[in-house]
Design a protein. Structure first.
Ligand SMILES: Nc1ncnc2c1ncn2[C@@H]1O[C@H](COP(=O)(O)OP(=O)(O)OP(=O)(O)O)[C@@H](O)[C@H]1O
Ligand code: SF4
Ligand SMILES: [Mg+2]
Length: 370
């Protein structure tokens, strides 16, 4: 899904720089480590389309604390991007929030008006998109694109604003390890490699030192070495700045290498959330277990890799089972089809499943609940 507009407060592709800065209601973020920086509860969203209503997210629970790096993983179409665009208020026009809250620093992002969200985007919450070449303005020098963001959020000020903006933009490029930033600042995206463009995207996203970064498949299309360098860069800056980071990927192994915690999504449901080590030591949701056995690791062989059975259900269906994994799950019982299990994010290792792995046989449960 292509993002409909820029999440950085920067002008959309080919557009002119934006107008004056929005008012600056900086939020008292991350004051208490016990309060999540972002707390998404029971979030549901659907798309009203000509071919039917796509129930893209249902009852999603997710939280992030200051400085935490959380991986959001799941197959293509599981709702990872839809969730992140909705948090930034950049959803497609066909999207309709049908329930829930997403509280960020005391503000419900799902209820906030556009001027408030525009004031947060790029300053408190930033996003790195999958494809830097389409997210960057191809006809504007990269330095000017960074200056646009800084100007919009008044992150640079003083009597000589232009000099200050330029210095900040050079520093932003230096922060992402771009060599010779004084010269590179005048480059256009087409003059840069894919890895370099992704570094510029990171510089743009982090220029105003946001409290929350959403990185949507930030390394897709990059070779393995550049992928590792980009991931090292993002997570290194996140640790240094205590920035909460939601790292979206379909690559469980990559998430395992870099994330403190992993949230697994399936067909618009968040189904498991656990510290990375705990998730890998003991996956509790049958889908997570299947995802793991389909993910290549250092010791896997072709024979040991097992694809997840079946496909994601069509989210336009009226007769979706309550647990949307039920038609792919060996442990399914009648209860799974009629009653949606909820993810309790107050638990360190939470699972939304009536018959989690390592627990009672589902057949007994099934009889009990029929
Ligand atoms: N504008 C739209 N109109 C209708 N359905 C949409 C729209 N955008 C997304 N969807 C549907 O919402 C669901 C979730 O899509 P989403 O793009 O969030 O998946 P994803 O997990 O990010 O997948 P990927 O790994 O391929 O990026 C899919 O079924 C998708 O077809
Ligand atoms: S709730 Fe039931 S169908 Fe869903 S994953 Fe758990 S056991 Fe399988
Ligand atoms: Mg996506």
């Amino acid at each position: 899904m292509t993002p409909p507009r820029s999440a950085f407060g920067a002008p959309p592709q080919g557009g002119a720089p934006s107008g004056p800065a929005e008012p600056d209601p900086r939020l008292p973020l991350g004051k208490s480590p016990s309060i999540p920086l972002l707390d998404v509860k029971d979030f549901s969203l659907e798309f009203r389309t000509r071919s039917g209503t796509v129930r893209a997210l249902e009852g999603v629970n997710l939280s992030l604390r200051k400085g935490e790096i959380v991986g959001l993983v799941g197959e293509s179409g599981s709702g990872k991007s839809v969730l992140s665009y909705a948090l930034l208020g950049i959803s497609d026009r066909a999207a309709k929030v049908t329930g829930g809250t997403a509280v960020f620093g005391g503000l419900d992002l799902l209820q906030a008006d556009e001027p408030t969200l525009a004031g947060l985007r790029g300053r408190e919450i930033s996003m790195i998109f999958q494809s830097p070449r389409t997210a960057l303005n191809p006809i504007r020098q990269v330095g000017l694109q960074i200056e646009d963001v800084l100007r919009r959020h008044a992150a640079a000020s003083g009597p000589d604003l232009q000099t200050s903006l330029r210095q900040r933009a050079v520093q932003a490029l230096r922060d992402v390890a771009i060599a010779d930033p004084e010269r590179r600042i005048a480059a256009y995206p087409f003059e840069m490699s894919g890895g370099m463009c992704q570094r510029v995207m990171i510089a743009l996203a982090l220029a105003c030192k946001p409290s929350l970064l959403i990185a949507d498949e930030p390394t897709t299309g990059l070779d393995v070495t550049t992928q590792a360098a980009v991931m090292d860069l993002i997570t290194g800056l996140a640790r240094e700045r205590q920035m909460a980071t939601l790292f979206i990927t379909h690559d469980l192994a990559l998430a395992a290498d870099y994330c403190d915690r992993i949230v697994v999504m399936h067909a618009g449901h968040a189904v498991e959330s656990a510290p990375t080590a705990s998730l890998f030591a003991s996956p509790r949701h049958p889908y997570t277990a299947r995802l793991m056995s389909s993910t290549p690791g250092a010791r896997s062989t072709i024979a040991s890799l097992q694809p997840v059975p079946g496909q994601l259900p069509d989210l336009r269906r009226e007769d979706l089972p309550a647990c949307r994994f039920a038609e792919r799950c060996e442990r399914a019982s009648p209860r799974c089809r009629s009653e949606r299990p909820v993810l309790d994010t107050s638990q360190p290792h939470a699972v939304a499943c009536w018959h989690p792995m390592h627990e009672a046989a589902p057949a007994a449960e099934a009889e009990h609940h029929v």
